[in-house]
Design a protein around this ligand. Structure first.
Ligand code: AMP
Length: 458
């Protein structure tokens, strides 16, 4: 299996640090607003990466942080007059809910910054003790000039960085020195050896990864925008604090989801929230749309592309329905059956996995799948598919569906639909009761009971 490593700018053979165990960290969201579909793109991509690594037999520990202390959170909370920590908690819950809807469910542990303040303070203290950091009247800063590898991920030269950047804080040693601890009282603050304040953004992540992974781990992911300064700062902090290099074996970055060529972002205000999108499209359609482009390439968001994804998914579901029908009908073997279809199935599996082995190339994997669909549809029309192959085709689709987090099977789609419809009925009944229309509410309950569903008001 090969993965593209941002650090070396090339595809490398993937070899985990510890036999079959993988430690994977992906930067989580800063919870100051609803998640938009750009976030969805990045987290779906890493969800598929985690799924595929598990499929390959690795035991994956996928860790994500939640940035719940940040200037942006405090600013937003002040604007709308709520407690910053309360605001963060609310958006964190919405984030989890959105991820669940998108079938992004492979993160083993979400680590909140505010629950790791001791670890953050300890890591800052280590950096001070090792003379990589220093205290000023405004905070504690990382001394960029002390870390000679600074810029190695983003390919930047430290002198250039220092020359071009403005230094608003004259107490700092270098322009590029970044805050590990901010002595601020304009928001939530915590005690520290340097007085009350709050941590800087970059240190949250390395304190968390050091806690759970130690100083070195296999995969670090995030969107392209995080390479500089965030990931560069993470490397400087972790490698200086632990003395171990490299902090990360493979750096993986996702391309942006753009609208009219511009990155979708909270700060640009050009975003469509996941919730808004899912009012119009099935989450599976969005997932399919995301996976139709390679994770490192930009994706342009458009309704037409989503429609196309919807149609493609329909083609798969239609074939699955046909196959289910054939399996149920228990047809007799066709004497025209052609054994070559077994070879086609075998090749399809091989080509699909080859594509995934090649830096998780989902668009190629999907095109392999659609070539297969074309062949099978033709075979069915001509009555040439051997009878005992239908079950295998179905199993293959389920296997691919699990890797991609897409639901190809018709039964489970029906189950999802039943649950959705049931929830709608329960909601309608609740509203009827709120409006004191008990008669109709009871009638619904009794009809549900007749259908074998017992509803209790507690
Ligand atoms: P944030 O909450 O802005 O820190 O973003 C959380 C994650 O989503 C980061 O890995 C970002 O790189 C990623 N992200 C934000 N906007 C986009 C976008 N338009 N396309 C793809 N990924 C994005």
């Amino acid at each position: 299996m090969k993965v593209y490593n941002t650090m070396t700018h090339k595809k490398e053979e993937f070899k985990s640090i510890n036999k079959n165990r993988i430690k994977m960290f992906v930067c989580g969201p800063t919870v100051y607003d609803k998640s938009h579909i750009g976030h969805g793109r990045t987290y779906i991509a890493f969800d598929v990466i985690a799924r595929y690594l598990k499929y390959k037999g690795y035991s994956v520990f996928y860790l994500q942080n939640i940035t719940d202390i940040d200037d942006k959170i405090i600013k937003r909370a002040n604007e709308i007059g709520v407690e910053p920590l309360k605001l963060a908690k609310e958006f964190e819950e919405l984030y989890f809910h959105d991820m669940e809807l998108l079938n992004v469910n492979n993160v083993n542990f979400y680590a909140r910054a505010i629950e790791h303040l001791d670890e953050i303070i300890n890591q800052i203290q280590t950096l001070i003790d090792k003379k990589f950091a220093y205290e000023t009247s405004t905070g504690v800063y990382f001394d960029e000039s002390r870390f000679e590898d600074f810029g190695k991920l983003s390919n930047r030269n430290i002198e250039d960085l220092n020359v071009h950047r403005v230094n608003p804080d004259k107490t700092k040693r270098n322009h590029g020195d970044f805050a590990l601890w901010k002595k601020r009282d304009d928001g939530p603050s915590w005690d520290s050896p340097w007085g009350p304040g709050r941590p800087g953004w970059h240190i949250e992540d390395t304190a968390i990864t050091e806690t759970y992974f130690g100083g070195q781990f296999d995969i670090h992911g995030g969107g392209l925008d995080l390479i500089f300064p965030h990931h560069e700062a993470e490397i400087a902090q972790m490698e200086s604090a632990t003395g171990k290099k490299p902090m990360v074996k493979y750096w993986l970055h996702t391309g942006f989801l753009n609208v009219s060529g511009e990155k979708m972002s909270k700060s640009l205000g050009n975003f469509i929230t996941i919730k808004e999108l899912l009012e119009e499209y099935d989450p599976q359609v969005f997932r399919f749309f995301v996976l139709s482009t390679h994770y490192r390439s930009p994706i342009d968001f458009s309704d037409e592309s989503l429609q196309q994804s919807q149609n493609s998914l329909k083609r798969i579901h239609k074939l699955m329905e046909t196959i289910d029908g054939i399996l149920k009908a228990d047809i007799a073997e066709n004497h025209e059956a052609d054994e070559k279809y077994f070879k086609i199935l075998e090749n399809t599996k091989e080509e699909f996995l080859d594509a995934m082995d090649n830096d998780f190339n989902t668009p190629i994997a999907l095109s392999v799948l659609f070539n297969f669909i074309r062949d099978i549809n033709k075979g069915i029309n001509e009555g040439k598919i051997p009878k005992n192959m239908f079950k295998e085709i179905k199993e293959l689709f389920n296997e691919f569906g699990d890797i991609l987090g897409l639901n190809f099977s018709v039964e489970s789609r029906n189950n999802d639909l039943t649950e959705e419809l049931l929830n709608i009925l329960i909601d309608v009944r609740k509203k009827l009761r709120e409006n004191k229309n008990y008669e109709l509410a009871d009638e619904i309950r009794s009809m549900l009971r007749d259908a074998g569903i017992h509803l209790e008001d507690k």
